[in-house]
Design a protein around this ligand. Structure first.
Ligand code: AMP
Length: 378
């Protein structure tokens, strides 16, 4: 079985590694160089994208920001999963919000802003602080602003105008003004839906972000009522989109009531713990789903924490004696995710203790959320 992945980053790399035992061969389309590459060896293939699309069995994606013409050809091939509609919904906050509202899925109140007048109306009508987010092109906290008092409206608007001017022109950019949610934590749900409509969902994970970027994700014991709430929303969204593949949903947990923050139509950073913590990892389950193979068990086999390695962070080799280290073969660069660590334990308490031990090997500057995660478990 040959699978073409749109995007050639770490997610494609980890799918290639997970697919190898199933004889699933992966080629990836690097959107920067516009070439077909092997996502692990980085070998560049001489064929072009059209040849790849015509000759693989299945097409999928590791990112949602895909040029409309490429999306169209992939969709027309009849072998693209999860498909255009899901990718567009995940890649554009306006479409995502409209979808969630249409399905009656709880999400933060918002207003769509196209110009200064809309912005002024939002500032006048919505309670402050508010979060402003670009409809697309923003990720990991980029393309986002916080407006705390009307006094800063002009300054923030000037920054937004610069952002809008720099946005690419093939699609109209908007800003979403969203009410500030006073959540007490953030969680996410990763699940897979197969071509025959069966669904397999992993346990919820708790996510700790620093400056809008995921730092640590912990999969430990969870409240069954919260899990049921998240799964019900997952099912509504996945069925409505006739979704095939792994879908990730990020939530705000507001004292036991979940509110969707965003959906990602792909394998997700907060699902990396499944490589060591679940019976079948998210990467393999995504491939199983899109290749019409039976879904694998999503059962958590042990509490696991995933810690992102970001920018120029260093990891002494001593860490390998207590945890699993996954490098992405990427040049270190400020803010760039270059690897992650999966730390496993027999129970929640031991995971908290192990996180404290791990913190002794790593610096607080480079791994700021480790102790927070440890304290949450004790
Ligand atoms: P996002 O790109 O939407 O995932 O936002 C990045 C991070 O900003 C989230 O993980 C939250 O920590 C925070 N955030 C986003 N939207 C809101 C909101 N409406 N209220 C409070 N915090 C938010």
């Amino acid at each position: 079985m040959q699978v073409l992945i749109l995007g050639a980053g770490q997610l494609a790399r980890m799918m290639a590694l997970a697919g190898a035992p199933l004889n699933i061969k992966i080629i990836a389309y690097d959107v920067q160089t516009e070439s077909l590459v092997h996502p692990v060896t980085r070998e560049v293939f001489s064929h072009d994208l059209e040849y790849g699309i015509a000759n693989v069995d299945v097409i999928t994606a590791e990112l949602e920001h895909i040029a409309p013409d490429i999306l169209n050809i992939c969709q027309a091939s009849g072998k693209f999963y999860p498909g255009e509609e899901a990718i567009l919904a995940g890649g554009n906050r306006c479409k995502e919000k409209v979808l969630l509202d249409k399905l009656g899925v709880n999400n933060a109140r918002y207003q769509i802003i196209a110009n200064r007048d809309d912005f002024d109306v939002a500032v006048a009508n919505m309670s402050l602080p508010m979060v402003l987010k670009s409809a697309f092109g923003g990720y990991d906290g980029k393309g986002q602003w916080r407006l705390k008092t009307p006094a800063y409206a002009d300054i923030i608007w000037q920054d937004i105008v610069k952002f809008l001017a720099a946005s690419h022109k093939t699609e109209r950019q908007y800003i979403i003004a969203e009410e500030f949610v006073k959540f007490h934590r953030e969680v996410s749900l990763i699940g897979a839906r197969s071509q025959n409509g069966s669904i397999a969902i992993y346990p919820l994970t708790e996510n700790i972000h620093v400056d809008g970027v995921l730092n640590v994700s912990v999969s430990a014991s969870e409240d069954t009522a919260l899990q049921a709430q998240a799964e019900a929303m997952f099912e509504v969204i996945a069925v409505a989109l006739n979704y095939i593949g792994v879908l990730a949903i990020e939530f705000f947990d507001v004292s036991g009531t979940l509110m969707v923050n965003e959906i990602a139509p792909r394998v997700h950073n907060s699902g990396h713990w499944t490589q060591q913590g679940a019976e079948i990892c998210q990467f393999e389950n995504h491939l199983r789903a899109v290749c019409s193979l039976p879904l694998g068990s999503t059962k958590r086999i042990r509490p696991t924490a995933m810690i992102n390695i970001i920018g120029e962070a260093t990891v002494p080799i001593s860490v390998m004696s207590i945890a699993h280290v996954h490098w992405y073969d990427k040049e270190p660069r400020l803010g760039r995710k270059i690897g992650h660590i999966n730390l496993c334990a027999f129970n929640d308490k031991q995971l908290g203790e192990s996180l404290k031990v791990l913190a002794l090997h790593l610096t607080k500057d480079e791994f700021p959320a480790l102790m927070v995660a440890a304290e949450n478990l004790s």
